[in-house]
Design a protein around this ligand. Sequence first.
Ligand code: ZN
Length: 1109
Amino acid sequence: MGGESHRIVPMAKDYPTLAAGPVGKQIRNLYQDRLRQFTDGGQYREQGLLPKIPEAVASGPDYVKLSVYSPPHLSRPLFKEAVKHDFKPTNVGESFGPSWSTHWFKVKLTVPKSLREYDHLEFVWDANNEGLIYTEEGDAVHGLTGGGERTEWILPKELKDGTEHTFYIEMACNGMFGNAPGGDSIQPPDPNRYFQLHTAEVRAVNLEARALYFDFWEISDAAREFPADSWESHQALQICNKIMDTFIAGSGSKESIKEGREIANEYLGDVDSHKVYDSDKEEIVTGIGYCHIDTCWLWPFAETKRKVARSWSSQCDLIDRYPELRFCCSQAQQYKWLEQNYPSTFDRVKKKVKEGSFQPIGGSWVEHDTNLPGGESLIRQFLYGQRYFESRFGQRCKTFWLPDTFGYSTQLPQICRISGMTRFLTQKLSWNNINNFPHTTFNWVALDNSQVICHMPPAETYTAEANFGDVRRSITQHKSLDQDKTSLLVFGKGDGGGGPTYQHLEKLRRCRGIADKTGLLPRLKLGGSADDFFDRLEKKVEDGTELVTWYGELYFELHRGTYTTQANNKRNNRKAEILIREIEYLATLATIKKSYDGKSSYKYPKKDLDDMWENVLLCQFHDCLPGSSIEMCYDDSDEIYAKVFTTGERILKDALAELGFDDDIKADSKLVALNTMPWPRTEIVKLPPIASLPSYGLAHSTGPGVMDIRPLASPYSATIASIKEIRPNVFELRNSQFKVEVSNGVITSLYDIAASREIIPKGQKANQLVLYDDKPLYWQAWDVEVYHLNSRTPLSPHKTSISEDSPHRVALDIETRISDKSWVKTTISLSAAVGNAPTYVEMDSEVTWHETMKFLKVEFPVDIVNTEASYETQFGVVRRPTHFNTTWDMAKFEVCCHKFADLSEHTYGVSILNDSKYGFATQGNVMRLSLLRAPKAPDAHADMGTHRIRYAILPHAGGLSEKTVQTAFNFNNPLRLVGHAESALDRLAPTSAPSLLSSLRILGAPNLVLDTVKRGEDDEDVSRGELPVKKGQSIIVRIYDALGGKSVGVLTWGGLRVKQVSKVNALEDEIEDLTKDVVGVGAESGSASGKGVKIQVRAFEVATFRLVL
Ligand SMILES: [Zn+2]
């Protein structure tokens, strides 16, 4: 010890010697629970702060004079049309309806003298439904959502002059979530709801009292939500109690409110303007305003068009008052609707886009489903989306924005990258109900190894109410803090709520205030963009931060019923995709033909194709195609698809005619089959019912293009099919490849003759229909829950009969009763095998379905052992477990497939093909195709009625190969029989139709699929002028590796005069000139001699080439 000097402690002379009285330690929960009294609407409301906010009110016909026009038949006329009609006087207190009807109000407003002294006046309108305010000239100015969600419009100063002013309100008779009865918004809508207009008035607002309300809200949240062992929580509690005590002491006077604000300032700092965000301290959370408007869901598309106008005009208004607000908005389709129906609002948006406050994002046409659309559809979502954004706003999007969809296909990162996007924001995975997804910010890696930075906001919502808790969870629920602590907070009311509100912005200013003045809350920033956030992350990665990776699909452990619900809609999607592919291919060839013979007036039907694509893309919206919308949406989508098919058939006919074909087959037509698949086919085809023709013919070709129809007795027909009843109710179907035994209506034996292999395990039954009880926990149309597997009930067929016995094709009809209301008639058929062209056992089912909460599937037990099954997905296959080892494996008890699912061993396998289905499960050795569901919400009649479903069993030697890939394509693209004028067929010049149709193909790499052939978007003879025109003609060819193997091949164009070849991205931007790699191709390769380009395609790569003619 030592060195210490003796210190003299001064006496605290002023500290009272005697205690003044007892002081107790606060009973925390009482002092905390008390806080609600100050701002809640309960029994103490009138004693609290709320009544202090409105200072004066003017209502009634002297000040707010109303008249109304109610358009007939639930129509939704636009402003111009509506205001032409007579308006009849009406009053507050009247009710308007029924559900989905529209009512236009003329409002004549006079601000009384008594209110003119107040600075801040609001017009308040509430009828518990949605509305949109228009100026007298017809410009939309502000949206309204009833039930207190967004009911006020700040009156412009010029309306305060004491004279009468007129404006209009368009009332829509639906709530923000449609018209469900009672409190359960997913129940089918009540068609007869009426809405009472209960408030239409002008209010003067005490802004100081309102500010204190927000101060108190946030600080009391800090008291409740900060950890109880933090001083910050205790201090918040003290401050709130002090504010209340001061208010009570001052009897709620303006002075006491002002004092309350000063007390709040000790915790918040100055939060009265956007300058709260001006400090240079490091920000952790970036707040982005957003309005998730489901393009259809619990309301039809027509209502969405208005929701967009309502929401976005409110946002333009809010941005003017809160300069820190950045509002991002996805879905090109919604912009296009606004542009068409609300041009002045579109201009307002355009101006804000230019200023940077309104931020187009996402790059896609709609926020689409990613499980079900085909690969080319996913690409077109971006092609159409990005081209729209570029043409209207001069910018493409860098961030794919899809917060709400039901699972994420494994090739999305690649499709993003080739569509100009390097990042991805989503959210829905936090709804997983089995496993908690472990990352917030990570690299998501596609099948082909392409990556995007993925971020899932840790507040776990894309419609945050911008509460204290949302900001706090942005750090407490952040799962990637080892790599990066920042995150996005996506806030704003979705759907009919119109996006962020002033309340959100007031709350967020205070959250930032707390972070700076007190601490503990992560520092929030407004004023940036999602792109800024990702830019910084990209920079960080560049500087060495290694983000965690996730390879393959982001399987969503919920909403697995969406692979099956609304079967008709899904079938239409598949058929439309297939039809468009064929049209684009033929129309491309037709325009090229023209460039050779130059005579025709044929023009690439770009507008029709754009319309078809935009409609198909629209119906891929994430509540439409998955089947989770109300019945009205499917009435709409049925109409949309019908239009797509009508247009499609018309332009297909035109293209065929241009190529010298006639799909209206007459008795004297020379009949041919058209193979638009890029590989040879040999098939038995059913011929049109013309007297001179036999029932079947043999279509054969050595490559794509025109196929001759030959009689079956040609050298190619090695064997014929046969059928017989070998024992009572046991039938045997045979061709040269398979022997099929059907006992009591189910397949009990499927024998591969060449492989000497029985495929059905002894005693088991294939093509067995099974019925499950299907009552998920809540989301009926969306979910099938794991316990449905417990209720498996095999259905027994009651009648089997031979329906066809010809050498070309044999068939059995099997009838199965599901209940007294529902039944299935399945035709099992086998065609004659021709050489070693693959044949399969085909099932063509007609189902009459009137069940309640049941799930119909069909099972195929097979003698194959593998812990993984393969499922076709967009541009490849995804492998998933066939077992339940872990909870992650078990969660995949129902998965998505496209045209096939496959279970294979090294030496042998079985593929199940389908023409319109997407749900599948492989449990051990049982493969199970999902057919139909019967949910009753939100569409009470989902899937009721008749369905036609085709599927097939394709056994194959060896593992999964191009045989399955190609057969599945063929199964979905039946050969098209057309008539062919003899003279055209005789024209064998390289430019004639037959050789045009066989020019494009890939040589040397059977795993590559030449998927899409189309014209260049901006070719001078194609362009519709949205973007700069490119000189000349070009063909876009998209190729992918379907099976996962790097490949070298030749893309040949036969005799076409191609001047230049390049690799391009999905947006058709040049990547690399490949003209140097052009090679000659000899006739020995199976196609006409000509030229081609050597290509190299990575495993599962999607590669696009541009051939310039
Ligand atoms: Zn949604």
